[in-house]
Structure formats: structure tokens, C-alpha cells
Design a protein around this ligand. Structure first.
Ligand SMILES: Cc1cc2nc3c(=O)[nH]c(=O)nc-3n(C[C@H](O)[C@H](O)[C@H](O)COP(=O)(O)OP(=O)(O)OC[C@H]3O[C@@H](n4cnc5c(N)ncnc54)[C@H](O)[C@@H]3O)c2cc1C
Ligand SMILES: NC(=O)c1ccc[n+]([C@@H]2O[C@H](COP(=O)([O-])OP(=O)(O)OC[C@H]3O[C@@H](n4cnc5c(N)ncnc54)[C@H](OP(=O)(O)O)[C@@H]3O)[C@@H](O)[C@H]2O)c1
Length: 260
């Protein structure tokens, strides 16, 4: 495959450690510069927690580059999905958009501390743009719904055509009446009837009087900083606000929650 992103093995291991081979099954368009990719490992199954990311290995003038991408699908089997924005002039994301079904990539094993905490009872997910991917993984995982939690997804995007996975989230809301999907647009059309601006300015209204929430943040670093400050002012305890840099508590020998 001429466009496959697969490199000589020896050099690779020295630079990025263990890698897994995956094949592109299909992709679809989500927004003008955003694609949903479905991959399958060439061998074995992919072991990960909802919310984690893989590193995709690419090439630049100066050698190999590894870029993290959140897994957008729930765990199970050898398949995994990514939601990727093409960053014009970026070193790597454009290379992913050259892939066609059958092409192969190399990934580093899943990692990352953005993971669901158990028991899941009352959760607010706050995401901007493609950073909704790890929350899609969590929302589509069956264990998310075991205790019929109250869940809100506050999702910031630019315009109506950037509301990725809108149909899926609306379907989820119809299946789980306690799930709320709350999109916020920063550059909507004049006829947009919903919320406008940036997500952090809608937190107070979405939370209401209740302070017993686990809050997960993913997206632009400045959004995370400002959202943390708002949450603090609203009385949410800092140890219940999680992002990519929050340490994950030990989850037991099997990796499953509450297994002692
Ligand atoms: C833990 C983690 C998970 C991530 N998951 C995803 C994911 O699921 N989907 C996804 O699309 N990206 C994700 N990213 C971002 C991704 O890793 C790359 O940074 C992104 O694809 C740009 O890489 P690049 O090599 O093309 O651009 P680079 O060469 O790294 O950057 C070129 C320039 O573009 C800027 N830039 C980077 N990203 C953007 C952007 N989104 N919009 C505008 N400018 C930008 C950079 O600051 C830089 O100035 C994630 C990042 C982290 C840290
Ligand atoms: N696991 C992870 O850590 C992970 C996963 C996926 C993506 N990401 C990161 O998430 C970011 C999202 O990228 P994207 O290109 O998909 O998003 P984008 O389309 O550029 O932006 C999405 C929304 O965020 C808004 N926004 C911009 N700056 C903001 C701020 N300071 N506070 C609040 N909202 C703000 C944008 O508003 P404007 O119209 O004003 O720009 C837009 O409405 C990137 O940094 C990406 O690397 C991280």
C-alpha cells in the first residue's frame, strides 16, 4: 500500500517503543475538515478504558512523529474509531486524510488518564470540537449506564455543520431520558435557536443548584483552565473534576472498577 503509514521496524522500536498494526476499514465525513475513521488491528484485540488515546505514528522531514488521538469508540474486540480534524500545514494530521480503506498505520498502545470514574451517578462532560471523541467512547460503553446515571454533555462547536455525532447523541437521549445533550455554538447561523458562545459560560445554568457532580473536561487548554475556575466558584470539589492530566485511582487487579 503506497500510502500506508508503516515504517521500518528496528528504527521504530528505538524511537517510539512497542507499536501495533492497524488497517483502515472505512471513513466518513463528519464536518468540513473532520473525519471519522474506523480501524481494525491486524492482530489481536485492543485493550483500553473508555476515554484513552492511542499514538499514531507518522513521518516528518525530521523523522518520525507520534500524535495522540482519542479513541472515539467503546472497548470491545479489535476495532477502534478515531475522530480527526485536518489541521492545515500541520506535521501529521493531513497524512491521515490520505489514507484509503486497506491502508495500514502503526499505533502505540492505548494510554491516558481521562477515564470514567465509578460509580457513575451524576456526570457532566464538557468538550470542544474533536475533544468530544473520548466522551463518545464513554457514552457508548454499556458500563456507563449501569446505575442509570444523570449525564449531561455540554459540547462546544463553531457552527451547525460542526455538531459531530449529533444524531447519535440525540438517539442516546431518547433511550436514556436522564441524558442531556447541550450543544453550544460560537459562530452559529442567525437562525440557530440554541445556546451561543463558549461552553464555560453555560456551566452554571447546566449544573443548577446541585453540586454533587463528577465533571470531565476535554479540549482547548484555555477552556479547561476557565471551566475549572467556574466550577470552583460554583462549589464543585476540585478532586471531582478530571481532565487528561488527572491521575487515575487504582482500579483493581483486573482493571475493572470496584474489583478490590
Ligand atoms: C491526549 C490528546 C488527544 C488528542 N486527540 C485528538 C483527537 O481525537 N482528534 C484530533 O483531531 N486531535 C486530537 N489531538 C490533537 C492531535 O494530537 C494533533 O495535535 C493534531 O492532529 C495536530 O497535529 P499536526 O501534526 O497535524 O499539527 P502540528 O504540526 O502539531 O501543529 C501545527 C499547528 O497547528 C496548531 N493546531 C494543532 N491542533 C489544532 C487544531 N485542532 N485546530 C487549529 N490549530 C491546531 C498547533 O498548535 C500548531 O501551531 C489530541 C491531542 C492530545 C494531547
Ligand atoms: N484527549 C484530548 O486531550 C483531546 C482529544 C481531542 C482533541 N483535543 C484538543 O481539543 C481541541 C479541539 O480542537 P478542534 O480543532 O476540534 O476545535 P475547534 O473546532 O477549533 O473549536 C471548537 C470550539 O471551541 C471553541 N473555543 C476555542 N477556544 C476556546 C476557549 N478558550 N474556551 C472555550 N471554547 C473555545 C471554538 O470557538 P471559536 O469559534 O471562538 O474558535 C469552537 O466553538 C484541540 O486543541 C485538540 O488538540 C484534545
Amino acid at each position: 500500500m503506497t500510502n500506508s503509514l508503516v515504517y521500518p521496524r528496528g528504527a521504530l522500536f528505538e524511537q517510539v517503543g512497542m507499536v501495533l498494526r492497524a488497517r483502515l476499514c472505512r471513513y466518513r465525513h463528519l464536518a468540513p475538515q473532520v473525519r471519522h475513521f474506523e480501524f481494525e488491528l491486524v492482530e489481536g484485540t485492543l485493550d483500553f478504558q473508555p476515554g484513552q488515546h492511542v499514538g499514531v505514528v507518522g513521518e516528518s522531514e525530521n523523522g518520525l512523529v507520534v500524535r495522540p488521538y482519542s479513541i472515539a469508540s467503546p472497548p470491545g474486540g479489535s476495532r477502534f474509531e478515531l475522530c480527526v480534524r485536518k489541521v492545515p500545514g500541520g506535521l501529521f494530521s493531513e497524512q491521515l486524510f490520505l489514507l484509503e480503506p486497506g491502508h495500514e498505520i502503526l499505533i502505540t498502545p492505548p494510554r491516558g488518564s481521562l477515564q470514567l470514574r465509578f460509580p457513575v451517578r451524576r456526570v457532566l462532560f464538557i468538550a470542544t470540537g474533536t475533544a468530544v471523541a473520548p466522551f463518545r467512547s464513554m457514552l457508548l460503553a454499556p458500563e456507563m449506564w449501569q446505575l442509570e446515571p444523570e449525564v449531561t454533555l455540554l459540547f462546544g462547536a463553531r457552527a451547525e455543520n460542526e455538531l459531530f455525532y449529533k444524531d447519535e447523541f440525540e438517539k442516546l437521549a431518547s433511550e436514556h431520558p436522564q441524558f442531556r445533550y447541550v450543544p453550544v455554538l460560537s459562530r452559529p447561523s442567525a437562525s440557530w435557536p440554541g445556546r451561543r458562545g463558549w461552553v464555560q459560560d453555560h456551566i452554571a445554568e447546566v449544573l443548577g443548584q446541585q453540586t454533587d457532580w463528577d465533571v470531565y473536561l476535554c479540549g482547548w487548554p484555555e477552556m479547561i483552565r476557565q471551566a475549572r475556575e467556574k466550577l470552583r466558584q460554583l462549589g464543585i470539589r476540585e478532586e471531582r473534576v478530571y481532565d487528561e492530566n488527572t491521575a487515575v485511582p487504582y482500579r483493581g487487579a483486573t482493571g475493572l472498577p470496584n474489583d478490590g
